[in-house]
Design a protein around this ligand. Structure first.
Ligand code: BTN
Length: 249
């Protein structure tokens, strides 16, 4: 089969050559009571992104979802999305690709003053009385794919395009999952690790939030993942939104 990773990961791994969406499959496994399981596919035929967008997932990428059951309040769950961004950034750097993180969880590679997207992360969860019952962290890595085969509105790049040679997907997925496993058990330290790779801090940003647009300088990130923005009228702490980096004036 195309997906013979043979991973030695701290999760049980379910492989698919082709599946509609690893996140959808992981949610079904969650409903059946599973935990500590990774669903991994060579190709997705119905991959989903944030804001219900399509996520193109051709063969050659690393499309995976991690299902686990952290014993934390619902309000802390955003930290796992940051943890995934840190884990995949570390794996990319080990593979020779200087990736950075745009708040909250886009993993990008800089080309001059342009930023190209390497990875997308989509977290879904369910809770019971304000405690997390399960979390599914979906990670889509444009690994050995030609960016020309991905929609250009996302301004995509891939590991193979950045390195001029393919990556070992088994090794990459394994490193990513090892890092993620360590970080999920240490949520208090995730934010500090995230800051190390952040491209957003110190930049002028415009964030579209559910309550309107906020513009200013991104100065920090606070647990469990909120962005602190210095605006003309004072400090704002934004817990969710679509962030755009503006050029310094
Ligand atoms: C984004 O919009 O940036 C998030 C994209 C998330 C894609 C991944 S690929 C594995 C998992 N399965 C899905 O259907 N989506 C996520």
């Amino acid at each position: 089969s195309a997906v013979e990773y043979g991973l030695n990961a701290p999760f049980s791994v379910e492989y698919h050559d082709s599946i509609p969406s690893t996140n959808a499959r992981a949610r079904d496994l969650a409903a059946d009571g599973a935990s500590d399981t990774v669903v991994l596919a060579d190709e997705q035929t119905g991959g989903r992104g944030r804001l219900d967008r399509e996520w193109h997932s051709p063969s050659g990428g690393i499309w995976l979802s991690v299902l686990f059951r952290p014993d934390v309040p619902m309000a802390h769950a955003p930290v796992f999305t940051l943890a995934a961004a840190v884990a995949v950034t570390r794996a990319a750097r080990e593979a020779g690709v200087e990736a950075g993180i745009k708040w909250p969880n886009d993993v990008l590679v800089r080309h001059g003053d342009e930023e190209r997207k390497l990875v997308g992360i989509l977290t879904e969860m369910e809770g019971e009385s304000d405690r997390v019952s399960w979390v599914v962290v979906g990670i889509g890595v444009n690994a050995n794919v030609d960016p020309a085969d991905l929609p250009d509105d996302a301004n995509p790049t891939s590991l193979s395009a950045e390195r001029d040679e393919p990556v070992d997907r088994r090794l990459f997925a394994q490193r990513l999952l090892e890092e993620f496993d360590a970080l999920r058990q240490d949520p208090a330290n995730v934010v500090e690790a995230w800051r190390e790779y952040a491209t957003t801090l110190g930049k002028q940003v415009r964030v579209e939030t559910p309550n309107g647009t906020i513009e200013g300088e991104a100065v920090d990130v606070e647990f469990p993942g909120a962005l602190v923005i210095e605006t003309e009228s004072g400090r704002e702490v934004v817990s969710a939104g679509d962030c755009e980096h503006l050029r310094p004036i």
